[in-house]
Design a protein around this ligand. Structure first.
Ligand code: RNT
Ligand code: ZN
Length: 422
């Protein structure tokens, strides 16, 4: 039997099996094909960017590992992304950071960045039929070395980063206009203290003022959507982070902008899956940074964990697909970087498909009837339905490799392209 025949054949009983629970697999697959995940460009080069020098210094972030073949310029990064995108079913987006500006030989300061330095990315995105999202880069810079940026007590430093934020919104708006799709432009700053602060209030008041200055100009939401990202702690900001969850949740609600929930930015016993329906009671839309926290690290490659599945279930059950922008945010330099994108994105999509295959109405009825025994029993039985056959079928229809077959393509690319980079 040919490969595609085998997959189509396995899909039929799977479809019947789900139909028995009241779920239409064709409809689920169709819905999944409409969901765009925003792939983060920074997995391709360990958050290095194209400015000379600095690296990750001053950001409280760390990519560990030295796997061969990291992208060194826009052309290489785009090539690697194309490779990854060819192995992921569906149409997706790209999430850029300001340090990926292509300024030629010139060094352009972050507060002087303009849309023209991103024309290589915009042209590429147009050709690929992709939307773009954007982020200011408030780290890996001498002016972030004190550990403070938008919350700095040094007015020169604070002003510099405000100007960067303003520049980034202009760039985001331009991207949104050019690509006719709103560019979610996110702000994350590393500001905080390693040890116990005497003044928790001052930096927060300054951060609020800085954000007000950055967001002062109203921009059409058809082109630009602003978002702010919190964190509980980072390396070097263990005791105090200015932009905490409460801070940004308040800010986002008060200013009607997006809140970004990074799945690696909370206490390890807290889960983002439980926060989605809470924050969406008060906010129109949110951004997700899908990652995987492991002990001290917040940025491991996303896998099909219980929590990732729970996040997808919450998005689908709450009918939030239009209100939750799903972006990825991890960086692993110890494995093939193209594979990291493929694994993380395919897992996000698998989690969504699994959620779309849930008989939610039936579960709700059982719950409303107070039959909590059946709720648990049914949820557990659902886990072993032939999900894999539906996923394989979706990959086949989307014309990407089925199962682990994608890995060979990555290995070939590594042998041919990545291993040549020194
Ligand atoms: C850092 C934040 C932030 C970054 C990216 C590179 O803790 O998660 O989103 O990872 O902007
Ligand atoms: Zn993040």
């Amino acid at each position: 039997m040919t490969y595609s025949k085998r997959i189509e054949k396995a899909y039929e009983p799977a479809k019947e099996c789900y139909a028995e629970t009241g779920v239409d697999t064709d409809a689920a697959v169709e819905k999944l094909s409409k969901i765009a995940i925003s792939l983060h460009c920074w997995q391709g080069d360990d958050v290095g960017g194209f400015e000379s020098g600095e690296g990750l210094a001053g950001g409280g972030m760390m990519a560990t590992g030295s796997y061969r073949g990291k992208a060194r310029c826009g052309d290489e990064l785009r090539m690697d992304l194309e490779q990854a995108l060819g192995l992921i079913p569906g149409k997706h987006r790209l999430n850029l950071h300001a340090i990926y500006a292509e300024t030629g030989k010139e060094r352009i300061e972050r507060n002087k960045l303009e849309a023209k330095y991103f024309s290589g990315w915009i042209d590429w995105a147009k050709a690929m039929g992709m939307g773009l999202d954007f982020n200011g880069t408030f780290f890996s810079h001498p002016k972030a070395a004190s550990g403070f940026t938008l919350g700095s007590q040094d007015e020169g430093i604070r002003r510099f980063w405000v100007e960067h934020g303003i520049a980034c919104r202009k760039i985001g708006e331009h991207m949104g206009r050019q690509l006719q799709s709103p560019c979610v432009t996110n702000v994350w700053v590393p500001d905080g203290y390693k040890d116990i602060p005497a003044d928790r209030k001052g930096p927060r008041e300054r951060l609020r003022k800085s954000l007000d200055e950055i967001f002062a100009e109203k921009v059409d939401r058809r082109y630009l959507m602003d978002s702010v990202e919190s964190k509980l702690f980072g390396i070097g900001s263990e005791s105090y982070v200015v932009g905490s969850h409460e801070f940004y949740m308040g800010y986002a609600i008060a200013n009607k902008i997006l809140l970004c929930l990074d799945t690696g930015h909370f206490h390890p016993t807290e889960v983002v899956s439980d926060k989605i329906s809470s924050v969406l009671t008060f906010l129109d839309e949110i951004l997700l940074h899908v990652s995987r926290g492991v002990r001290w690290d917040s940025d491991h490659v996303a896998i099909l964990s219980d929590e990732l599945r729970a996040i997808a279930e919450e998005i689908v059950r709450g009918d939030y697909l239009q209100r939750v922008h799903i972006g990825l945010d991890f960086f692993d330099a110890s494995i093939n970087r193209v594979a990291a994108w493929v694994i993380g994105t395919r897992c996000m999509l698998k989690a969504l498909l699994s959620a779309l295959l849930e008989p939610t109405d039936r579960l709700r009825e059982i719950e409303a009837a107070g039959d909590l025994t059946s709720r648990l029993a049914v949820l557990e039985e659902l886990k072993t339905l032939p999900f894999g056959s539906v996923w394989d079928y979706y990959c086949l229809k989307a014309d990407v490799p089925v199962g682990p077959a994608w890995l060979q393509a990555v290995k070939d690319y590594e042998a041919k392209v990545l291993s040549q980079r020194t």
